[in-house]
Design a protein around this ligand. Structure first.
Ligand SMILES: *Cc1c(COP(=O)(O)O)cnc(C)c1O
Length: 399
């Protein structure tokens, strides 16, 4: 290997280690539902995004297996060449119907959707107006596009309007998560749509954490807010979270989607998702649309979790979503809590800088329809005990 590359890698790793920010992947040697085996030890998983409990659902897995037997394992080409299967086409039609848009376009990942869509829609001389806590894929899309970036304070629609008003010449793309991935809170979608309308901005909302969880038939947080394509012309979401599979899509009016099909490099120059994955996603989507029982159970667990934390005098985030962060503050404390919970059989991720701002390290707890009330209660008990054992209550009072 090149000596300078070896030196560079070692120096960079030493820097990351010096900050105590080396990340390690756990090996899950089971399926990825609620009951997981981690490095040989069984645990209850409270840090996945499988909000409706479909990632280990027998019907979805069977759809994948059946389609793989019928269609094989790969799509073998870009969508634009010969990779676009009837399963993809049907999935796109069903997704468009679900979220109430004329048309949808399926990609392999949500990261690719957001990156590619922003880059395809705006460029040099245009403007991207973005929430300060947007997902990395939205930030990276704005960077890649070459448009001027205008960041507004998190969740502040008035600040967004001011940025829109100040962005003269060129197009204005206003971009936000619906539900923010590290905080679980929701963007002021109606107010943002109003600001976009006033200043001729194009509103793009990433409903990754809202789809399947909120809205009529689980159509998402944008649908729940009653915002159609006239107000949110660009809607994206992943199929790797509540839909329980993988892949993602952008939805909108016919011409916008056709333009994206012609222009989006992350779609054109990428192998289409395997058709069997599209078939599995169709089954996941069908269940997510129909199964109100799952959705009701999830929302009951969210309410129960919050009531438990309130009773234990632990800090509550402003979140009605399955993402329920417990803000700890110091990185070491977040890690210690995560480890204490692991000792009690609960898998909960500690989120630290640079993913979140310094001083806001947290546990990111996610609830799913596959959890039971007893599991949520047990987690809360363990969390309260660990919180006291780690002495965090004291630092919180002091700060
Ligand atoms: C997970 C996530 C994505 C990325 O979707 P993938 O399909 O996992 O690549 C995009 N946006 C948000 C807000 C997310 O949470």
């Amino acid at each position: 290997m090149s000596a300078s590359l070896a030196r560079h890698a070692r120096a960079q790793l030493a820097e990351i280690a010096g900050q105590g920010r080396i990340r390690r992947r756990r090996v899950i040697d089971s399926g990825h539902g609620v009951a997981v085996t981690v490095d040989g030890v069984s645990a209850v998983n409270f840090c996945n995004n499988d909000y409706l409990g479909l990632a280990a659902h027998a019907d979805v897995a069977e759809a994948l297996a059946e389609a793989a037997r019928r269609l094989g394992s790969g799509s073998a080409a870009s969508q634009m060449v010969t990779g676009h299967n009837a399963e993809h086409a049907a999935l796109e039609t069903e997704l468009a119907a679900w979220v109430g848009r004329e048309r949808a376009l399926v990609f392999s990942t949500g990261y690719a959707v957001n990156l590619g869509t922003i880059e395809a829609l705006v460029g040099r001389g245009d403007h991207v107006i973005a929430d300060a806590r947007n997902h990395a894929s939205l930030i990276d899309g704005a960077r890649l596009s070459g448009a001027s970036k205008h960041i507004y304070a998190h969740g502040d629609a008035e600040a967004a309007a001011a940025r829109l008003a100040g962005a003269v010449d060129g197009h204005r793309l206003l971009v936000t998560d619906s539900i923010f991935s590290m905080d679980g809170d929701t963007a002021p979608l109606a107010a943002l749509a109003g600001a976009a309308a006033t200043h001729d901005g194009w509103l793009m909302v990433d409903d990754a954490h809202g789809l399947g969880v909120f809205g009529p038939g689980g159509a998402g947080r944008v649908a729940e807010a009653g915002l159609g394509a006239d107000r949110v012309p660009i809607l994206t979401a992943t199929l790797g979270k509540a839909a329980g599979v993988a892949g993602a899509f952008v939805a909108g009016d016919h011409d916008v989607i056709e333009l994206l099909l012609q222009r989006t490099r992350s779609l054109i120059f990428s192998t289409a998702m395997p058709p069997a994955v599209a078939a599995a996603a169709r089954t996941g989507v069908a269940i997510a649309r129909q199964d109100e029982t799952r959705r009701r159970h999830l929302h009951a667990l969210i309410a129960r979790f919050r009531a438990n934390l309130r009773a234990g005098d632990l800090p509550l985030a402003a979140s009605d979503s399955p993402i329920q962060p417990v803000i700890v503050g110091a990185e070491d404390d977040a890690l210690a809590l995560s480890e204490a919970l692991a000792d009690r059989g609960f898998l909960v991720g500690a989120i630290r800088p640079p993913t979140v701002a310094p001083g806001t390290s947290r546990l990111r707890i996610t609830l799913t329809a596959a959890h039971t009330v007893d599991q949520v209660d047990a987690l809360c008990q363990a969390l309260c005990a660990a919180w006291q054992a780690c002495g965090i209550a004291d630092t919180r009072v002091a700060s």
